[in-house]
Write a protein that binds this ligand. Sequence first.
Ligand code: BTN
Length: 252
Amino acid sequence: MIFRNLKIGDLCFRFEQLDSTMNFCRQLAELNFPEGTVVIAEEQTAGRGTKGRSWHSAPGKGLYVSFLLKPEPKYLNYLPLLAGLAAREAVNLLADLDLRLKWPNDLVFEGKKLGGILCEGVSSGEKTAVIVGIGLNVNHQPEDFPAEISGLATSLAMILGRNQEKELLFDFLGKSLELWYNKLEKGQVSEIIQTFRKHLSFSPGQKLVIEETCGKRLEGFFVDLNQKGGIVLKIGREQKVYYSSEIIKIFS
Ligand code: BTN
């Protein structure tokens, strides 16, 4: 079998302002732009997050970027995890911080959200394309966040006490994503799961509340991540696996 090594960022579209990098990247996917194409904006007027929420994108403060990828369909589940790992690693190259991954989409520091991942599918040509959107709070101060999330969010500048070089972080992010994506395409899923597990924001036995896509909430005890990237919970006497769900609460 021949493996290709994908290069990310050979084609990069930069904007001062966009509604959302997801939208522009989607248009590129529909026009069959190559895998690895990147879209980055200094400001988003309609940035979006998971579950139909908006992603407030303070001008010039954060990293707002979308990557166009065309993975094999069997690897689709892994993309949010992989993007989380890449974002964590990119931040770590900038500053040695104990960032945690809140399965499946969030990057957290001491319980506060530092970044989020949004993956959206697009059917383009012969292969499914996925837009992997990553938002990182870099040079935000508390007043740069909307009041309703201000107590829940943090930024690198707030943690480290000084502004950080966004361009360098963007560079690290592309390189890190490229590295993890190439592992995925070679089928090295166990390494992805193992590394994600190591940096999870909760531990086996910890009680969690999750919300399924249908809106149903469930309480259970965290057991593990399975090899497909799903979360395994012990609910009563049974063990159940959940995929596209969100963690609402982590009990200490
Ligand atoms: C979340 O945690 O809810 C996911 C947030 C994803 C935000 C990024 S910023 C770049 C890209 N463009 C968007 O509109 N959203 C993603």
